[in-house]
Design a binder for this molecule. Structure first.
Ligand code: PA5
Length: 365
């Protein structure tokens, strides 16, 4: 057992280390979803479009994960594909029959601005979700559907603002009937979960703190399943990178049974530094659940440790978000154990600044 320098039962110290209020924003997630569902999208008219054959969410980082959540949530619910685009340009199928969500929390991410202009050129139906910046200016200039969300928090702490509006637009377009009820159920579950995951809840009763302790001084490897917790695995990885400032890796069942599973033979000593988190959902395909059980037996002696965590709540949305919430909190507690401030992402800021000094992307203001 590792000797931990930081006591996760000291809630005040957790908040003190967290200069930009990442944990406070997590505590406000249910409120964010209420605001996004019943205030920010109340009067929104979706763009006029006769027939939609494809939906694209274009964005990066914390602003793209809402697109992945939408893609996975819609997987077995709507008759058209949802694609997430993390690039300067859009895929060639995008045209007048495509609904494009252009999402950037800051409104200044150059890849998203460029993809937005691409969507304009292709005369796609566009919905912009942003707190401001150039993207808001461009949306106002062009008269496209605009959902303005509150600023002032880190993009990755704003999933409620960034994701819920996409669900409401999809509901309004007739793709996802009854969304309001599902969102309300999820919000109730988030409130219950926060009581269990918040800094004031002691380690003995707090699964996120327990997981953080297991992941401390280990390389986290997160495994989800295709079409459901894959987005959660990706999110855990990103949150550990950005909040904890540590490496993390993710993959999905059943694909990892056909390659990654073989790679646990050497180097033995380093493999013991890995801690696997298996994201489980009792609603997952029964054969996939079997695969997870067998895989666990095959590799349990090869790695430093394995944790299995289960989705909870009623309905797909609650289940998905229950695991997202757990990962978000775990990454902040893990940051605390390393004495790291979870908020600032200086490396991303530096990269954006250096790119800016190279001049604007061709065709952008
Ligand atoms: O979490 C972050 O800060 C990043 O991943 C950003 O979301 C990413 O750089 C894109 O910026 P924005 O969300 O403002 O478009």
């Amino acid at each position: 057992m590792e000797v931990l320098a930081f006591n996760l039962n000291n809630a005040k110290a957790i908040y003190r280390l967290d200069s930009s209020g990442m944990m406070t924003a997590l505590g406000g997630l249910a409120g964010q979803c209420v605001d996004a569902c019943w205030n920010l999208t109340a009067g929104i008219e979706p763009p006029p479009i006769e027939a939609i054959s494809h939906i694209v969410v274009t964005g990066l980082g914390g602003s793209a994960i809402g697109g992945d959540l939408l893609r996975v949530y819609c997987h077995d619910k709507i008759p058209v594909p949802v694609t997430v685009n993390r690039h300067y340009t859009l895929p060639s199928f995008v045209g007048r029959d495509t609904l494009v969500f252009a999402v950037s929390y800051s409104g200044n991410t150059e890849e998203t601005l460029s993809a937005y202009e691409d969507a304009r050129r292709r005369e796609s139906a566009i919905v912009v979700i942003t707190s401001g910046g150039k993207l808001k200016e461009m949306a106002l200039r062009d008269g496209v559907t605009l959902i303005t969300i509150p600023g002032g928090i880190a993009p990755r702490a704003a999933t409620g603002f960034l994701f819920i509006p996409t669900l409401r637009v999809m509901e309004r377009l007739g793709f996802l009937p009854g969304m309001e009820g599902s969102i309300a159920t999820m919000i109730d579950h988030l409130k219950e979960l926060w009581e269990k995951l918040k800094p004031e809840t002691p380690i003995t009763e707090n699964l996120a703190k327990q997981l953080a302790q297991k992941l401390f001084n280990r390389i986290p490897v997160i495994w989800g399943t295709s079409g459901s917790t894959e987005v959660v695995a990706q999110r855990w990885k990103g949150q550990i990178n950005e909040n904890t400032k540590a490496p993390a890796y993710w993959n999905v069942f059943p694909e990892l049974n056909h390659n990654e599973i073989v790679g646990f033979q050497v180097p033995g000593e380093l493999l013991k530094k890995l801690h696997l988190v298996m994201l489980r959902d009792e609603e997952d395909h029964p054969r996939v659940q079997k695969r997870i059980d067998i895989t666990k037996e095959i590799i349990k002696d090869r790695v430093g440790g394995i944790s299995e965590v289960y989705a909870s709540g009623e309905g797909d949305l609650s289940r998905l978000y229950s695991l997202i919430y757990l990962g978000d909190c775990t990454s902040v507690y893990l940051a605390a154990l390393y004495g790291v401030d979870p908020g600032p992402v200086k490396v991303i800021d530096r990269l954006k600044q250096e790119l800016q000094s190279c001049g604007p992307v061709c065709g952008l203001p």
